[in-house]
Ligand binder design. Structure first.
Ligand code: NAD
Length: 486
């Protein structure tokens, strides 16, 4: 059985009071590890190490050396690729192809892209006139924010955690990471890579544990933390924002979504079915950018529902490495209870259950896993809980529509504004819809595709700030103004 320790100041260590918690496999409920449970003492030690590192070798390192180090981290991840894949598979139970082809490679890419960004970023400079005719040179410089708290979720743990750590380190900050209690393994493993490539102690720290009144909250309340970057639920974001108000710390938030998929009758039908299917059911629906509301133009509504149903009924449940398995469990029994409670609400509200709606029959060795069926509903009003609230499970409601204006209004009538995926072959309509839908990212005839140099983030209650490429510098650096009288 695994023992997962904190990584503080370059060393793996237990909690000072010896506390641990269980990590169970989502596949079968078996105990797969014990994780050290951090408290105030571990947060204090990690923040102190991160603060000290800012003033040590790391703080003195020039940009070129830091860029080399980020590339070395990316290479180190690639060298340990199988270990990262195995750790993520054990924590999440998700199919091998998703983890090995998307999530872990993105972890390495997150260091490279921000190494490239920081290497090439310009700063502005103005030669200004002065009354005495001598003039002045007014320019800006970017400095690291300092100690950055990184609080990450469980749904694509390595990719989402490194999406924050990469730019934070590229900009010269140090970090204290509090990974999700459900998925501690890859954050811990990354410490080995940091040591192997010579990242100075204290630059990258990991404290495991829980959120409220525990390691997560202690980190966000710590007065030596300069900024907080968080991915997770909107309600957690609210709590963190309150903590950040003490000491006026900056926040960057990537929060929940209740994303609309919109399918026009002029789409390429097969591409749209496949795209919507992936967006609703990949990673067992546990994707912030996933689609839980589908709107289909009336002439193709029945055909589309039938095609999506057929795809759902063809999924192959299984362990990550089972041949042909393309559908995993939810992250935990707790999350399974939440998703099933929404399945029950949909029925109570009068939904037509097109497919799914319950727990699949699994072989005895997987019977204690967090499995639920992919589920489609129709026939609900927009006021129903499963149409309004983020479920974060493998399910969607499908409703017909008749016009662009109608579907834009339906898509926008929600407190979230993270993403949308639109399927049409009418170029003008695609651009009109992209402007009309109030979200951070619009996909046209695609989903989950993005150049990492572009801005990413949510509108409305789906987030604060934009990260990606140079946009990340707004959060991870302090822009200072220098004026030189000539
Ligand atoms: P969560 O908010 O429950 O937990 C996320 C992290 O916050 C965990 O590490 C948790 O321990 C910590 N935490 C919880 N309460 C805290 C507190 N009071 N103070 C400090 N830390 C605290 O989210 P989750 O269930 O792990 O992840 C699922 C959610 O994340 C969904 O809402 C999903 O939409 C969202 N998400 C958003 C994006 C995005 O890019 N917008 C990406 C992935 C996931």
């Amino acid at each position: 059985m695994n023992s997962i320790q904190h990584f503080i100041n370059g060393k793996y260590q237990d909690s000072s009071d010896g506390r641990t918690f269980e990590k169970r496999s989502p596949l079968d409920g078996q105990l797969i590890g014990r994780v050290c449970e951090g408290g105030q003492a571990e947060i204090d030690a990690a923040v102190a190490a991160a603060r000290a590192a800012l003033h040590g070798d790391w703080g003195r390192m020039n940009v070129a050396a830091r860029v080399d180090m980020l590339y070395a981290i990316a290479d180190g991840i690639t060298q340990r690729f199988d270990d990262f894949v195995a750790a993520e598979e054990a924590d999440t139970g998700q199919p091998h192809h998703v983890i090995a082809h998307a999530f872990v490679p993105r972890g390495a890419a997150n260091f490279k892209i921000f190494a490239d960004t920081i290497k090439n970023v310009p700063t502005e400079s103005f030669r200004m006139d002065t009354p005495d005719g001598r003039g002045a040179l007014n320019y800006s410089i970017r400095k690291p924010k300092g100690v950055v708290a990184v609080i990450s979720p469980w749904n694509a743990p390595f990719m989402l955690m490194t999406w924050k750590v990469g730019p934070a380190l590229a900009c010269g900050n140090t970090v204290v990471v509090k990974p999700s209690e459900e998925t501690p393994a890859t954050a811990a493993l990354l410490g080995e890579v940091m040591n192997a490539v010579g990242v100075p102690p204290g630059v990258y720290n990991v404290v495991h544990g829980f959120g409220p009144d525990a390691a997560g909250e202690f980190l966000t309340r710590h007065e030596e933390v300069d900024a907080i970057t968080f991915t997770g639920e909107t309600s957690t974001g609210t709590a963190i924002m309150k903590a950040a108000a003490e000491g006026i710390r900056d926040v960057s938030f990537e929060l929940g979504g209740k994303n609309a998929g919109i399918v026009f009758a002029d789409c390429n039908f097969e591409d749209a079915c496949e795209g919507i299917f992936r967006s609703a059911f990949m990673n067992t629906g546990q994707v912030c950018l996933g689609t839980e509301r589908v709107y289909v133009e009336r002439p193709i509504f029945e055909r589309f529902v039938a095609a999506l149903k057929a795809r759902c009924e063809a999924v192959k449940y299984g362990r990550p490495t089972d041949k042909g398995a393309n559908y995993g469990p939810l992250i935990s029994q707790e999350h399974k209870r939440k998703v099933l409670s929404y399945y029950a609400k949909a029925v109570a509200d009068g939904a037509t259950v097109v497919t799914g709606g319950g727990v699949p029959a699994m072989p005895p060795e997987l019977a204690n896993g967090a499995w639920v069926q992919p589920t489609i509903w129709t026939g609900l009003p927009e006021t129903a809980a499963v149409v309004r609230e983020e479920i974060f499970g493998p399910c969607c409601h499908i409703r017909p529509f008749d016009s662009e204006e109608e579907v834009a209004a339906l898509a926008n009538a929600n407190r979230y504004g993270l993403s949308t995926t639109i399927w049409t072959n009418d170029l003008g309509r695609a651009h009109r819809m992209a402007e009309a839908i109030e979200v951070g990212i619009t996909w046209i005839n695609s989903w989950f595709l993005r150049d990492l140099r572009t801005p990413f983030g949510g509108s409305k209650q789906s987030g604060i700030g934009r990260e990606g490429g140079v946009h990340s510098l707004e959060f991870y650096t302090e822009l200072r103004n220098v004026c030189v009288k000539l």
